[in-house]
Ligand binder design. Structure first.
Ligand SMILES: [Zn+2]
Length: 182
């Protein structure tokens, strides 16, 4: 089992006693340790992406994990946007417009990263009669939304999310490997 599978098993396991289910506990401990190392966001990304079921539906209805993830992610995007000077925040009006942009980029990038499947073909790239899906041209991916600069920034943030998750999984997997009897 890869780390994502083991972690999923662990968070869905109702019995975390350290005997027959010790593997489940190991995965949770490793995730908790990686969580500390990764300042929390990586573990939360992993939890929401792998353990909370149908992400698209949940993104609309909102769950505790997803709500805190969106809040933390929006703060992170605002920080990145400022560091990378996406917008000049000269006047109060600029600052307000910048906040709105950061929020849209945060929401779109997170929604796309969690479930970026084309809604017309559910990600298969084909129609039911085996023709290429027109909206996504067979790619199976939906559009991140927005246009021009805003769209590019959202796609940058999707890459950042993926990078955070990969780093989290790598750290957690390394911790699992370093334990005896695993
Ligand atoms: Zn499609």
């Amino acid at each position: 089992m890869g780390f994502a599978d083991r972690y999923l098993h662990a968070v869905n396991s109702s019995d975390l006693r350290d005997d027959e289910h010790h593997h489940a506990t190991d995965a949770l401990c490793a995730a908790a340790l990686a969580n500390v190392a990764g300042a929390g966001l990586g573990a939360l990304l992993s939890r929401v992406k792998y353990a909370d079921g149908t992400q698209h539906r949940l993104f609309e209805s909102g769950t505790a994990n997803l709500a805190s993830l969106l809040r933390i992610w929006t703060e992170r995007v605002i920080q990145k946007g400022r560091e990378r000077k996406w917008v000049k925040e000269g006047s109060a009006w600029d600052a307000q417009a910048a906040q709105a942009l950061y929020r849209r980029v945060a929401e779109r990038s997170l929604a796309y990263w969690l479930d970026g499947k084309c809604p017309a073909c559910s990600g298969s790239g084909n129609t039911l009669d085996r023709r290429i899906c027109v909206p996504c041209k067979g790619a199976g991916r939906s559009e991140v939304g927005g246009a021009g600069f805003e769209r590019e920034r959202a796609l940058d943030m999707v890459s950042d999310l993926e990078g955070l998750l990969q780093a989290h999984n790598a750290r957690a997997a390394a911790m699992l490997r370093s334990q005896p009897d695993v």
